[in-house]
Ligand binder design. Structure first.
Ligand code: CTP
Ligand code: MG
Length: 555
């Protein structure tokens, strides 16, 4: 939990809280996007990176308080912001105004014992106040809440909203990554980068995926991409002699080089880098990766390399998350719904990934009668020359100036769009149709994959290739149930339950699979599981495939 977060006004704060500045010249559209950060994705990333480079992460030993730490650290320079979190142990992420202060602080730090594995000066530190010897034993752990307990608290907040639209906004507010959590993610990348820089100078570790794409949830994994920043190799004229050549180790393929690199980096993270633990090597995956836990932040990390297109995909999703204010509430609702009903999972396998789910939402918003979002090809058309980007031979050009994207003529509310989403995919012909996000059109499927979504940048690939037929059927079935629930006359009516609380309504019914009519019938012991088959038109359906979401009672 977050104890305290203090931040002096910074550039990013100003941008986030002020009205967007929209130029009226050129092709820019006078689009009201209040509260939306209109800076280029690359500028936002770079500012976060610099912020992380000016920061340290400090563990409080014993009874060391936030005030004692702040006083101690202020001797080395002006502290710009600080953010304290933790339960059993407290940690403070502290950002200085200048990088020099970090060096001064590191120069006064001590090594605890001569038996340290490596005298490695990490920006992960521990602070002992003068009273640390008197400290009592650790505070007792409050213990992690179960997923059901967490949802029960969330559901109570959602049920207290005035409308389903408000419920969807509350869901975003309650589950999105906070400012402090986002800073922590960039700092963890920066700490890992410090460690790798020792033997690969000039490397950069970028966060990608849900930490930066605008759809991050509290506690989501941190996807990291290690870029060695090796100069592009341009073969020189072979027949010029005499000449000097580098002696290098050769590997049969680029993939083998990536596997070797990740294996070496993973081993050194596990052996020498403080707080990096439980390293697992998943080097034979399509995209080889190393998983580890960063204990001080509590973040589960997935480190990849040679994966620049994934960073571009995250930029694409981030762009869509800011083009229209209805996109984040819709994506959060769909992602949460899918997690509650086990359509997605953290484990690798045939589940629909969050990336695929987000693509399904984006496609629906492109394809709907009055499109809410433009296709990727249209975003490319709006790009400047400076936006041109070719990665691994793929054209990944995207407009970076958000103000150039015209507003949508669609005025549907977010709750209507969510229900339209469920209806749309309830009836979608996944068997013979694929989704093309570049054109925003349906395309003929050329193989037997259960779900075909053309990869936005590597267009010959299916980004949902992993999805099994079973999970696809489950997705469609649950979408039908959600659409059916929304048609019930009392769907949007809060109702007081027998114990005096409010029974699930609106978004909470959809997320939890709670169905009042079914509940009433069950209470009257007259229940027969017929409702599952109404939309599917399949009365023989196995009831175990039906309403499978967790049952949460908040009455
Ligand atoms: N990615 C990809 N192709 C896939 C799956 C993932 O290119 N088939 C890339 C995308 O850039 C995606 C990133 O890997 O944004 C991370 O994927 P994933 O972790 O599945 O999605 P997140 O949005 O990070 O969601 P989560 O919260 O589940 O981590
Ligand atoms: Mg991820």
């Amino acid at each position: 939990f977050v104890r305290r977060c203090t931040t002096q006004a910074s550039n990013s704060d100003t941008v986030e809280t002020s009205e967007p500045e929209i130029s009226s010249s050129g092709d820019n559209h006078d689009v009201p996007r209040p509260g939306v950060d209109l800076r280029r994705f690359s500028d936002i990333q770079e500012e976060r990176r610099q912020e992380a480079l000016r920061s340290v992460l400090v563990r409080h030993v014993g009874k060391a308080t936030e005030d004692e730490l702040a006083k101690f650290c202020s001797h080395f320079g002006e502290v710009k912001s600080s953010f304290t979190y933790g339960n059993q142990e407290l940690y403070t992420l502290l950002e200085y105004k200048s990088k020099g202060s970090v060096h001064s602080l590191l120069n006064t730090a001590h090594f605890r014992s001569v038996l340290e594995v490596l005298p490695y000066k990490s920006r992960l530190l521990s602070f002992r106040s003068s009273s640390w010897m008197n400290s009592t034993s650790k505070k007792s752990s409050v213990g992690d809440m179960t997923a059901e307990q967490k949802f029960s608290i969330l559901a109570t907040k959602l049920c207290a909203a005035q409308s389903m639209e408000e419920q969807m906004q509350v869901l975003v507010r309650e589950t999105q990554l906070s400012e402090g959590e986002t800073r922590l993610r960039f700092l963890v990348c920066s700490l890992v980068e410090d460690a790798i820089t020792g033997y690969f100078p000039g490397c950069i570790v970028h966060p990608f995926g849900s930490s930066v794409n605008g759809f991050g949830n509290k506690g989501c994994d941190l996807d990291m991409y290690l870029n060695l920043n090796v100069e592009e190799h341009k073969p020189k004229k072979r027949n010029s002699f005499p000449r000097m050549e580098y002696e290098v180790k050769t590997v049969p393929t680029e993939r083998a080089a990536t596997q070797n690199l990740l294996s070496t980096v993973g081993q050194s993270l596990g052996e020498f880098v403080p707080s990096c633990r439980h390293v697992q090597y998943i080097l034979n995956a399509r995209c080889p990766l190393v998983k580890f836990t960063h204990e001080a932040s509590g973040i589960q990390c997935d480190l990849t390399s040679n994966n620049s297109i994934a960073l571009k995909s995250s930029e694409l999703l981030n762009l869509y998350s800011r083009i229209d204010p209805r996109v984040p509430p819709l994506v959060y609702a769909v992602r949460h719904w899918a997690r509650m009903h086990h359509i997605t999972s953290n484990m690798p396998g045939g589940w629909i990934t969050n990336f695929s789910l987000t693509a399904l939402v984006i496609f629906f918003l492109q394809y709907t009668d009055k499109p809410v979002l433009p296709g990727i090809d249209a975003l490319k058309e709006l790009a400047d020359k400076a936006d041109t980007c070719v990665l691994e031979g793929n054209d990944c050009t995207l407009v970076s100036d958000l103000t150039k994207v015209p507003p949508s003529g669609n005025t549907d509310s977010i709750d209507d769009l969510l229900l339209e989403f469920f209806e749309f995919y309830s009836n979608f012909n996944f068997k013979s149709c694929g989704l093309n996000l570049r054109t925003g059109e349906i395309q003929e499927k050329k193989n037997f994959d259960a779900l075909y979504i053309q990869n936005p940048f590597e267009q010959q690939l299916n980004l949902s290739k992993n999805v099994s037929m079973h999970h696809m059927e489950k997705f469609v079935q649950l979408a039908r149930e959600a659409a059916w629930m929304a048609e019930q006359p009392d769907f949007l009516q809060p109702e007081v339950g027998p114990k005096g609380g409010v029974t699930p309504w609106g978004l909470v019914s959809i997320l939890s699979g709670y169905n009042r009519r079914k509940r009433r019938l069950m209470d009257q012991k007259e229940f027969t599981p017929i409702f599952d088959s109404i939309k599917s038109g399949n009365p023989k359906r196995n009831s175990s495939h039906g309403n499978v979401g967790p049952r949460i009672h908040i009455t």
